[in-house]
Design a protein around this ligand. Structure first.
Ligand code: CA
Length: 228
């Protein structure tokens, strides 16, 4: 597993590279956003650890550029900025997780492993129709109305879970356990933000979802096709 550590502070970067190496990862470092984007374009990584406050291009911009180019490599943001607004913004922009500095390296490593575990287990083979959309978990994308929407690792994991339980509600806790790999986040609204992102990809009218519906008190359900 190859991990890119984007961090301008040398002691933190070197410390992480050393620790990740000892954990069995192949880790590379980038001191700034330009280097990170160049390295990511040269050869794909399995995961990116992204500091927000960087010289030159900021971390948020690095994330945007990766996603804009269809790069859906899982990204864990590592930042001293702890505000909920920041966290929400980043998840909304396609970050997979968020760790606040100062962090425990042990916790960070377990988050890395959790994100890397987000694989669609026993998902239906081949593309699946969801209303107007076609969901292709293997290709990690949704196509709808001639548009292609790449899926992040998190979104793919969520869709796999929803498809596995199609017609039955999946609770926020189940999402966290099955997709995120841990039982508790600071709040379960993280799941809701990713649902909003998924709706933009699947639904013709994301504000009035027909397929990925909220079930009050129970979570979210992916409606079965009519007649199925
Ligand atoms: Ca920094």
């Amino acid at each position: 597993m190859r991990i890119l550590v984007v961090e301008d502070e040398v002691p933190i970067r070197e410390g992480l590279l050393d620790r990740l190496g000892r954990e069995g990862f192949e880790a590379a470092g980038a001191p700034d956003g330009e280097t990170a984007l160049r390295l990511a374009a040269e050869a794909p990584f399995d995961l990116v650890l992204l500091d927000l406050m960087l010289p030159g291009i900021e971390g948020v911009e690095v994330l945007d550029r990766l996603r804009r180019h269809g790069d859906e490599t899982p990204v864990i943001v590592v930042s001293a900025r702890a505000g909920e607004a920041d966290r929400v913004l980043l998840l909304d922009r396609g970050a997979d997780d968020y760790v606040v500095k100062p962090f425990s390296v042990r916790e960070l490593v377990s988050r890395i492993r959790a994100v890397l575990r987000r694989r669609p287990a026993a998902a239906p083979p081949g593309p699946v129709a969801v209303g107007e959309a076609r969901v292709d978990l293997d290709a990690r994308r949704v196509t709808r109305g001639g548009e292609v929407f790449p899926l992040t690792a998190t979104e793919r994991g969520m869709l796999a879970l929803l498809l596995r339980h199609r017609g039955y509600p999946v609770s926020r806790e189940e999402f966290l356990r099955e997709v995120w790999g841990y039982d508790r986040l600071p709040d379960t609204r993280t799941v809701d933000f990713h649902v909003v992102r998924l709706r933009r990809k699947i639904e013709t009218d994301p504000e009035n979802p027909r397929w990925l519906k909220t079930v009050r008190g129970a979570g979210f359900v992916l409606e079965p096709e009519r007649g199925a």
